[in-house]
Design a protein around this ligand. Structure first.
Ligand code: CA
Length: 228
C-alpha cells in the first residue's frame, strides 16, 4: 500500500509521513499540488492524503487531475475548513473521504483501513489463498486458523501478493507498490523480505519465477494432471 501525502505544512507533513511509515505504509510526501500531480503520473499510488488548501494549485484541482488516471488512487481529503459546501465541492471532484483538521492519528488510520476495504467491493474483505488469510481491516494474518505475526513490511508485501494471487509480480512492481522513495532501486530488499515472509508462511507459497518475479500460489494445490 503506497501512499502520497500532499501537505504544505512541513511539521504536519513530516509527522504524518513518520507515523504512516511506522504503521507499515510506503509513504512519499510533497508540499504542493503541482508536485502531487507530477508524481501521480509516474507512481501508481493506492491512496493520496490531500490537503485542501495548498499554494498554487488547491486540493480540489489536484483531486480533479489525479482522478483522470486510468487506475486513480483513492483520495482522502484533509481540510481545516469544515464548511459543508467545501465537502460537497470535494466530493464532486472525486474525493473518497474527508477528515477535518485537527484530527486524531488513530482516526486517520481507521479511515484509511475503511477505504482499503472499500477499494475492492467485488472481492471478499478478507483475502485468502488456500488456508492463508489476511484481513485488511484488522491486519490479522492466519495460517490454517492460527495467527501469524508479520512485520509491517512483510504484511504489506503479503497484502500485495494476495491481491495479485496467481499472477507473476515483478520486483519492480513490488518496489513501486510496497516500498517508497527511501528504497535504493538496486537493493536486494525485496528478495530479503520475500525470504523472511516465506519462513513465516511456508516457502512453497511464494514461487520464484526466474527472470520475472514472484507468484503467490496455493500451498498443496494439486499439480497439473498428467493422466491419460
Ligand atoms: Ca494547507
Amino acid at each position: 500500500m503506497r501512499v502520497l501525502i500532499v501537505e504544505d505544512e512541513p511539521d504536519l507533513r513530516d509527522g504524518l509521513q513518520r507515523g504512516l511509515r511506522g504503521a507499515g505504509y510506503a509513504v512519499d510526501a510533497v508540499g504542493d499540488g503541482h508536485a502531487a500531480v507530477g508524481r501521480c503520473v509516474h507512481v501508481p499510488y493506492d491512496l493520496v492524503l490531500l490537503d485542501l488548501t495548498l499554494p498554487g494549485m488547491d486540493g480540489l484541482e489536484v483531486c480533479d487531475e489525479i482522478r483522470r488516471a486510468e487506475q486513480p488512487p483513492l483520495v482522502l481529503m484533509l481540510t481545516a475548513r469544515d464548511a459543508i459546501e467545501d465537502r460537497i465541492g470535494g466530493l464532486d471532484a472525486g474525493a473518497d473521504d474527508y477528515l477535518v483538521k485537527p484530527f486524531d492519528f488513530g482516526e486517520l488510520l481507521a479511515r484509511m483501513r475503511a477505504l482499503m476495504r472499500r477499494e475492492t467491493p467485488s472481492r471478499p474483505s478478507v483475502l485468502a489463498s488456500g488456508d492463508l488469510t489476511l484481513d485488511p481491516a484488522t491486519r490479522e494474518v492466519a495460517l490454517a486458523g492460527r495467527p501469524v505475526r508479520l512485520t509491517a513490511k512483510e504484511w504489506s508485501l503479503l497484502h500485495y501478493l494476495l491481491r495479485h494471487a496467481g499472477e507473476v509480480v515483478s520486483t519492480e512492481e513490488l518496489l513501486e507498490h510496497v516500498w517508497d522513495d527511501r528504497v535504493d532501486p538496486f537493493t536486494n530488499t525485496v528478495r530479503v523480505q520475500v525470504g523472511t515472509l516465506r519462513k513465516k508462511i511456508g516457502p512453497e507459497r511464494i514461487e520464484t519465477v526466474i527472470g520475472a518475479g514472484y507468484r503467490l500460489v496455493e500451498a498443496g494445490a494439486a499439480p497439473p494432471s498428467v493422466s491419460g
